[in-house]
Design a protein around this ligand. Structure first.
Ligand SMILES: Cc1cc2nc3c(=O)[nH]c(=O)nc-3n(C[C@H](O)[C@H](O)[C@H](O)COP(=O)(O)OP(=O)(O)OC[C@H]3O[C@@H](n4cnc5c(N)ncnc54)[C@H](O)[C@@H]3O)c2cc1C
Length: 519
């Protein structure tokens, strides 16, 4: 059995196994020759002091052979002739639900409105270059879901949701670097995610599952309060006794359909604000307290939370060395989010900076019942589109001008490719959000000195932070309380926030179904 030890070393030492070996041997009075192998199990950075340290958890193989531990995928059975389960949506929730269905002997049929991961790229280009949003294929819709062209951050704030390591193991099995299991804040990167997603699809199909693209679900077949399948946009019917609904936080047509059919849904609080871009070098200088980042340190992230006027204002989905992306899902709206390549080597860093919203904020839209929050969100995205010149140009303001309520006379170049329009953010947001942002950025500057700089630019809005609707489900059976056989799943239903938690929730829904069908 290897011995586990924790050690703190310099960033350079952390990369040199022979130095680590010597150090560990000295510190623990072990003859160096007895250490056959050192494995790094966990790695995190402690940048609280100028003298930055790396915390390592190491497994020491003393007088013991080290056998390389390969990550094996489960032994998936062939499910071609098994009962079919419809999964709507090929995001992380849908894909991991499908894999778990196969593991448990059920045949998944994934129905996805968007295109496969490669064909999607053309539509992303069209948004950036021609300002045309394909309503079925964009940054949120298509194979892999909203996380495909992302930073691919793989950490979740809630460890209670389930087995994070199991999902990381599966991702490694499908081609992700084993490093994701070591780093405290792992990420994959936009350039690597598509191949991993394509391998998952390949496996699902090899084992007898099906993955359908360009097929939008427009209705549910329900008989006596029990699901009997779904109806596609061409009118065709697909039958199944169990349907996992994993359509994500941007499937507004699905929320509208549920409401129209009087299937119970609830408004859910979420958060909304701007996406702020700084130069990465600038963030490194603040976070690492040095002029030049050491070659042994990664581009620095940041995470910040403040209470302003009794509300939370916080950083969300920070992308070091990344780019701001146009994430609208319809014409006539502007939405921002961010991505990074695996090396996080872009010269800019960006982060959503969002304000916590409450159900009472949605009162002006009360006539939309449980869709009030969704309409609140859509109204801001539409306003941004008008202010941006009715294109994908994004309303923008230097951070220093935002705080002073001035329209910026000029804007520096940013990574947001469709372009910027200089505005006063007061025109985009309701007063209470605008005022919190104005005060909050001054408060941020007290924790991260220099954050509030005229070189930083706010892009608006960052509005798809989580679902504005919850689709209720029973805590144990995970079925919708009113429609038997319907399993609301993932972020869109309100049970996940991010790639990992959505994947975990997908697995849970598959397990709940297998329990009913297979006992
Ligand atoms: C640019 C960007 C960057 C992000 N970065 C990160 C990150 O670094 N780390 C992280 O953890 N999270 C990130 N996220 C969030 C993350 O992507 C989501 O939390 C996650 O994808 C939610 O998974 P899901 O499966 O529940 O839903 P989604 O991923 O939204 O998938 C839903 C799928 O359902 C499909 N669909 C919708 N309606 C229908 C219909 N009617 N018929 C058929 N199919 C339908 C959609 O096309 C979509 O593919 C990012 C999101 C974006 C947009």
């Amino acid at each position: 059995m290897p011995i586990t030890i924790r050690i703190q070393v310099s960033p350079k030492e952390a990369t040199l196994l022979h130095v680590l070996k010597r150090k560990v041997a000295q510190l623990n009075s072990i003859p160096e020759k007895d250490i056959n192998h050192i494995e790094i199990v966990k790695r995190s950075i402690d940048a609280r002091q100028k003298n930055i340290k790396i915390n390592l958890t190491l497994a020491l193989y003393i007088n013991e052979d080290y056998i390389t531990k390969l990550t094996h995928l489960p032994d998936y059975p062939n499910v071609s002739n098994s009962e079919q389960i419809i999964i709507v949506g090929a995001g992380p929730a849908g894909l991991f639900a499908a894999l778990r269905c196969i593991e448990l002997g059920l045949k998944p049929i994934i129905i996805e409105r968007g295109k496969d991961v490669r064909s999607r790229r053309r539509d992303l280009k069209a948004i950036t270059r021609d300002h045309i949003v394909n309503e079925d294929s964009n940054y949120c819709f298509g194979e892999g879901g909203a996380g495909t062209y992302s930073d691919g951050k793989l950490y979740t704030r809630s460890k209670k949701r389930g087995d994070v390591n199991r999902i990381l193991d599966l991702l490694v099995g499908f081609g992700a670097t084993p490093e994701i299991k070591v780093n405290a804040h792992p990420h994959i990167g936009t350039n690597k995610l598509p191949d991993i997603i394509a391998s998952i699809r390949k496996k699902i199909i090899e084992q007898g599952g099906e993955v359908w693209f360009d097929q939008r679900v427009i209705d549910f077949n329900i008989k006596n309060s029990e699901i009997d399948g779904v109806i596609l946009h061409d009118g065709s019917k697909v039958t199944a006794r169990k349907v996992i609904l994993a359509t994500g936080h941007s499937a507004r047509d699905i929320f509208e359909l549920l409401y129209k059919k009087e299937i119970v849904i609830e408004a859910k609080p979420f958060a909304l604000g701007v996406r702020v871009e700084h130069s990465q070098q600038f963030i490194d200088q603040i976070q690492y307290k040095t002029k030049e980042r050491s070659a042994y340190l990664p581009p620095s992230p940041y995470s910040i939370v403040k209470q302003v006027n009794g509300r939370g204002m916080y950083s969300f989905c920070m992308c070091p060395g990344g780019v701001i992306a146009p994430c609208a899902t319809s014409q006539g709206e502007v939405v921002t989010n961010g991505w990074s390549p695996s090396k996080r080597d872009q010269p800019t860093s960006n982060s959503g900076i969002v304000v916590e919203l409450r159900l009472e904020d949605f009162k002006p839209y009360a006539k939309f019942g449980p869709l009030a929050g969704m309409h609140f969100q859509a109204a801001i995205e539409k306003k941004a589109w008008h202010l941006g010149g009715e294109t994908q140009r994004v309303p923008a303001q230097r951070l220093t001008d935002l705080v002073q309520g001035k329209v910026s006379q000029s804007l520096p170049e940013t990574s947001y490719k469709p372009g910027l329009t200089s505005v006063d953010m007061g025109g985009v947001f309701p007063d209470f959000i605008h005022n919190i942002l104005k005060q909050g950025f001054q408060d941020f500057n007290k924790s991260m000195r220099g954050y509030l700089t005229e070189e930083a630019v706010a892009h608006a809005p960052e509005s798809r932070t989580s679902s504005p609707v919850r689709i209720p489900r029973d805590r144990v059976s995970l079925e919708h309380p009113q429609i038997k056989g319907l399993y609301p799943c993932g972020e869109g239903a309100g049970y996940a926030g991010g790639i990992i938690s959505a994947a975990i929730d997908g697995e849970k829904c598959a397990e709940a179904i297998a329990k009913v069908l297979k006992g």
